[in-house]
Design a protein around this ligand. Structure first.
Ligand code: ADP
Ligand code: MG
Length: 225
């Protein structure tokens, strides 16, 4: 589904002396089934924009459309529902829950959707298998190498079979080789027909042939792409 932003603004601490306009009138149309990178220096507003697209926060002004739906004005529970069904998230630190196994971490985002446990375990195991980690299913995540943790984070983002995958600076803590591996995984996902939205200021990401479009942000505004 196409993501359309119309004149989106985000003000933090609105009305207070420390008010800060992090996003200042962004209009964009992001094509479905493409890999798009939001590029920009630290503080340019990449995470703020992603969190609004991913229904984790709301714009202060402007509209966001997801396919046929207009997100603005939807009650919180609808947003939560859309978020769970539409998006998979990969974060910079991967945010795996230590103390839980690889399999448990991957299944976590599915629990609120109350799936059949047996089926869920089968889906999670199939994902692990696809990413070459079947033998690690019962391991605690804190035992994983950086590259394994990265693939577990991808599996977790895919557990609800999201149409849109969002990755916020996914290579920030990876060396060049693992960053390239990450982009290779993204290429495979792209081929399975998914929209991928990545933020990064890492050239391994924005210069990658896997990325089909680069949108550049500067001080909360689109300056290119
Ligand atoms: N919760 C918040 N409260 C106040 N300011 C924030 C908050 N989140 C981000 N900001 C500010 O908004 C700007 C954009 O931040 P962010 O979207 O995190 O940038 P990026 O992801 O490109 O590094 C920064 O100046 C940041 O300090
Ligand atoms: Mg950020």
């Amino acid at each position: 589904m196409r993501i359309v932003l119309e004149n989106v603004h985000k003000v933090f601490n609105q009305g207070r002396p420390n008010a800060h306009e992090a996003i200042r009138g962004v209009s964009l149309s992001i094509e479905p089934n493409r890999v798009t990178c939001l590029k920009g220096a630290s503080g340019s507003g990449k995470s703020t924009l992603l969190s609004m697209i991913g229904c984790l926060s709301r714009p202060t002004a402007g509209r966001i459309h997801l396919g046929e739906r207009l997100l603005s004005g939807l009650p919180e529970r609808f947003l939560t529902d859309i978020r769970r069904h539409t998006f998979g998230f990969i974060f910079q630190q991967f945010n795996l829950i230590s103390g839980l196994s690889v399999l448990e971490n991957i299944m976590l985002p599915a629990y609120p959707l109350a799936p059949d446990h047996r089926q869920l375990t089968a889906t999670a195991s199939a994902l692990l298998d696809r990413f070459g980690l079947a033998h690690k299913a019962r391991n605690p995540v804190q035992w994983l190498s950086g590259g394994e943790a990265q693939r577990v984070a991808i599996c977790r983002a895919l557990i609800n079979d999201p149409r849109i995958l969002i990755a916020d600076e996914p290579t920030a803590n990876l060396d060049t080789r693992l960053s390239r591996d990450f982009m290779e995984q993204i290429r495979r996902l792209r081929e399975s027909g998914r929209t991928v939205l990545i933020t990064s200021h890492d050239p391994v990401v924005f210069d990658s042939p896997v990325v089909e479009r680069v949108i550049e942000l500067c001080d909360g505004q689109v300056v290119g792409g």
